[in-house]
Design a protein around this ligand. Structure first.
Ligand SMILES: C[S@@+](CC[C@H](N)C(=O)[O-])C[C@H]1O[C@@H](n2cnc3c(N)ncnc32)[C@H](O)[C@@H]1O
Length: 256
């Protein structure tokens, strides 16, 4: 798949009105983190940001949001960082237009995560929420993250580890597949990252998101918002996804 095909597929997915309806006004696009008392997708997306930011006890200096989507993750960072300290990058210029509306005081740049145009040792922190699975490759991104982070800087991610490219919307390249958690952790350690923490959160993130999505679809169907064919097609797809044990969701922290 070339870059234009990827962008066209991804932009239609993230900007699709049904997708946007699921996420509400904050424009996130990730599965979120679900506690037993989490009520909706927006709340789950806030929780995920909090879970990731817990990895950085002292929230000082600059932070780069890699694969910043429509700017919701970037905007959330303003809870802890001032706009001048926050920069978002995305490979999609179309999504960046929306970022600039959602987080008007932050800076955004069109850039590929595996080929960053920054000088060495620039950032204190890097966050990457559910984007690394789409890179060509994650390994190249980790190398770039190492280069642009200051010594002692933090890299934090929410990432999906899958043994196959199936079920991921045809948007993941084969060379980005990682065999298991051990191989995944090695990618960071081989680059030189220290204190690599890997927290498996498949149940709290992936499974609970899709269960919630099933109930949401059911409500939409009952309310006449979607037709039976769309409802059945999506519920079947989710059931298949939940049956497979090939996908793991992880929260990761590492230090340069
Ligand atoms: C699932 S979305 C997550 C968006 C956002 N972080 C969030 O959680 O709401 C993945 C994002 O990664 C971006 N992306 C994919 N490949 C990229 C690359 N090579 N370089 C930079 N961004 C990329 C996509 O355009 C999309 O915005």
């Amino acid at each position: 798949m070339d870059k234009n095909e990827f962008l066209s597929k991804f932009d239609s997915l993230i900007l699709n009105p049904v997708t946007r309806n699921i996420y509400g006004e904050d424009d996130f696009f990730n599965v979120g983190y679900w506690f037993s008392d989490t009520h909706n997708q927006q709340e789950a997306c806030f929780n995920l940001m909090e879970k990731l930011l817990e990895f950085i006890p002292e929230k000082t200096g600059t932070i780069l949001d890699v694969g910043c989507g429509l700017g919701a993750t970037t905007s959330y960072l303003l809870k802890y960082y001032s706009p001048a300290e926050v920069l978002g990058i995305n490979i999609s210029s179309k999504q960046l237009e929306r970022c600039r509306v959602n987080a008007p005081n932050c800076n955004f740049m069109e850039m590929d995560a595996v080929e960053m145009k920054f000088e060495d040792n620039k950032f204190d922190n890097i966050i990457c929420v559910e984007a690394a699975l789409y890179f060509d490759t994650r390994e190249k991104f980790i190398k770039e993250a190492w280069r642009v982070l200051k010594p002692g800087g933090n890299l934090i991610l929410a990432d999906i580890i899958s043994e196959t490219t199936e079920d991921l919307g045809g948007l993941v390249v084969t060379q980005n597949i990682v065999k298991d958690f051990e191989a995944y952790k090695n990618l960071y350690q081989q680059q030189g990252f220290q204190q690599v923490e890997l927290v498996k959160a498949t149940e709290e993130c992936w499974n609970k998101h899709y269960r919630h999505l099933k109930s949401w679809l059911q409500e939409q169907f009952k309310a006449g918002e979607i037709d039976e064919e769309t409802y059945k097609f999506n519920v079947d797809a989710i059931d298949n996804l939940l049956k497979r044990a090939l996908i793991d969701y992880a929260l990761i922290a590492a230090k340069k």
